[in-house]
Design a protein around this ligand. Structure first.
Ligand code: G6P
Length: 615
């Protein structure tokens, strides 16, 4: 939540900052702003606008946007409504400092009261303005340099922050710091970049330093990058090389990132399996499982912590690991787990699933489980992000940057890794027969091809979506492996079309949701030949008896449901445990096309952000 960018070097900063903000808009798009120290007269100019980065671009037309140093921000509102006054950067009272912030200063109210008592006035209702005023107060009263003032101010702060500060009279320096919110420094030729993740940086340099908690980057033009802690102890920067293809950050001819990412899935699954499934398609090895097999095998149970779509993938992971490895698995919302004083100890293995690797609740759940001695295994997408760095081991899903706010390819990537994890561990534990193992691995290899067949249904799904733009509610039903898919289908629809949607285990429908069914109610039922087909068939009959509109997701060649359902989407058959990799795709397309028909902003739905770094 909130994206931050910074630049210092010999180029004009503004174009780099704005391009960077656009790459980070997935983190929030309530308002945007930029601070630049101008070339001619060394003014500290701050420009801000409510809305997306494009609004900021219009706002700065005819303004002085010169400057070879600058910081910029795209906001997801926490404290204070989205408006220009609450947008970042925030000036200090004297307007000699400007600061951007991602995170929450939890003790801002007390700090604000103290500063107000000293005569400080505030122009916004944000927690961030308190921090810049505090830095100025400490700096002025003690006659300190900016770095020392930042260090002292941060010692008073409770909460999460990634910040960058510039000072009018020092156009050669940016001070940046992080705690619990991500921050990356890019090292170019005589220039430095700063961003919430590497995506705004990769087209200029592949050398990056991921800051750790309570580290401060002292970025001086023409000097080596210096990293210190809050007490000024110097830390040697750990320079990493990032590999990212710029094409992955563009829409590549698709109208939306979400559609592009839906269509990328066959290739993503191949990338995810590359080097893990052998070319003959007979063996799967997830190296982290092999490296830690003793620890994983002796686990009393697995606990999976995640949020949102990743939590739905976790539910599928539970099925896979319990079925094949015979290890009990619990699935927890990270936000509940972390505050519940859970029973967890060194005999447990905790799997943390997160696309961004930055979700605050999942990270906190990891830290809690770690402090109780559990072994932590991460399943993440964003390389070098906070969760993989906090875990004992893990496996990346390798699906490339996901930019659409509604997660698609990350979900199928997570399910693929969970499948490979369950298979690798089951083989080591001897809890799967050779025959079944081989059958699943071979079929896993066919999934990308079968996904491509599903994507060919795009036109059909776009057409049928037009019928359902009237709907205010949707129900999604599934059983077994298809129940989490129903949850995920419902989540996709509500996120981007603002239609209320409920996912339910099909058999539970008669314990409540059936009361909602009438001729207006569309019900999406996942009813492939796998699992409890006959039972789901009865559930469909119950819906039709009450005149509900059934959209059935069925296996190719199904003749029975075709005669009962209003609409059938026919999918290639696969094994039951791999069904979610196939059945999720048409639900993603359905949500996408309904939202497009309704004229919604698919990639940037209201109120949402892709990376939730606040609680
Ligand atoms: C937000 C995003 C979702 C995502 C969830 C968890 O709500 O909008 O798409 O599933 O966070 O994010 P994570 O990065 O931890 O998977």
């Amino acid at each position: 939540m909130c994206g931050i960018v910074g630049y210092i070097g010999s180029r004009e900063a503004y174009p780099i900052l704005v391009k960077g903000l656009k790459r980070l808009e997935y983190r929030g798009y309530d308002s945007a702003g930029v601070a630049l120290i101008s070339n001619a007269d060394q003014q500290l100019n701050v420009y801000k606008a409510k809305g997306k980065v494009s609004e900021l671009e219009s706002f700065v037309e005819s303004k002085d946007i010169s400057g070879k140093i600058g910081i910029a921000h795209t906001r997801w509102a926490t404290h204070g409504e989205p408006c220009s006054a609450n947008a970042h950067p925030h000036y200090s009272s004297s307007e000699t400092l400007a600061l951007i912030h991602n995170g929450i200063i939890e003790n801002y109210a007390v700090l604000k009261e103290n500063l107000q008592a000293k005569g400080y006035e505030f122009k916004s209702s944000t927690d961030t303005e308190v921090l810049v005023q505090l830095i100025e107060y400490i700096k002025v009263t003690n006659n300190l340099d900016l770095l020392t003032a930042v260090q002292l101010a941060l010692q008073e702060v409770i909460g999460a922050y990634a910040i960058a500060v510039v000072e009018k009279d020092h156009p050669e320096q940016i001070i940046a710091a992080r705690k619990s919110s991500p921050l990356v420094v890019g090292i170019g030729e005589d220039e430095y970049f700063l961003a919430s993740d590497a995506t705004p940086i990769v087209e200029y340099t592949d050398k990056v330093v991921y800051l750790n908690d309570e580290e401060i980057a002292v970025i001086n033009r023409g000097e080596e990058l210096k990293i210190v802690d809050l007490h000024n102890v110097e830390i040697t920067p750990d320079v990493k090389t990032v590999v990212m293809n710029i094409g992955q950050l563009e829409k590549g001819g698709y109208p939306h990132f979400m559609l592009k990412e839906i269509f990328e899935q066959p290739d993503c699954i191949l990338d995810c399996m590359r080097g893990r499934v052998n070319v003959e398609g007979t063996n799967v090895v997830l190296s982290a499982v092999i490296d830690h097999k003793e620890r994983l095998i002796k686990a009393k149970r697995f606990v999976i912590v995640a949020c949102g779509t990743s939590w739905h993938a976790a539910l599928i992971g539970k099925h896979l690991i319990e079925s094949f490895c015979r290890i009990p698995v619990e699935v927890e919302y990270a936000s509940e787990f972390r505050y519940r004083d859970p029973v967890i100890d060194e005999q447990d293995v905790v799997l943390a699933i997160s696309q961004s690797g930055e979700t605050a609740d999942t990270l906190a759940a990891v830290e809690l489980a770690k402090s109780r001695g559990a072994f932590i295994y991460g399943i993440c997408n964003a390389i070098g992000s906070s969760i993989p760095r906090a875990t004992n081991t893990g496996s990346y899903i390798h699906v490339g940057p996901e930019i659409g706010v509604a997660s698609t390819k990350a979900f199928t990537g997570q399910v693929t890794v969970l499948t490979m994890l369950a298979l690798t561990l089951a083989k080591e534990k001897n809890t799967i027969s050779e025959k079944e193992y081989l059958e699943i691995v071979q079929e896993l290899n066919h999934i990308p091809e079968k996904m491509k067949q599903v994507l060919e249904l795009n036109k059909q799904i776009a057409e049928l979506s037009k019928i359902f733009t009237y709907a205010h509610n949707f129900i999604y039903l599934g059983r077994g492996y298809s129940y989490p898919v129903a949850l995920e289908g419902a989540l996709k629809l509500k996120e981007i079309s603002y239609i209320h949607a409920e996912g339910y285990p099909a058999a539970e429908m008669k314990h409540g949701p059936i009361a909602l069914i009438d001729a207006e109610m569309p019900v999406v039922v996942i009813a492939t030949h796998n699992g409890l087909y006959e039972k789901v068939l009865s559930n469909i009959q119950e819906i039709k008896a009450r005149k509900g509109k059934v959209i059935a997701i069925v296996s190719e060649g199904d003749t029975i449901i075709k005669n009962i359902a209003d609409i059938c989407i026919e999918l290639p058959t696969t094994l039951e445990c791999l069904d979610p990799l196939i059945t999720t795709v048409p639900l993603q397309m359905l949500a996408y096309h309904i939202a497009v028909c309704k004229g919604m902003d698919v990639d940037q739905p209201r109120n949402l952000a892709k990376s939730v770094t606040v609680e």
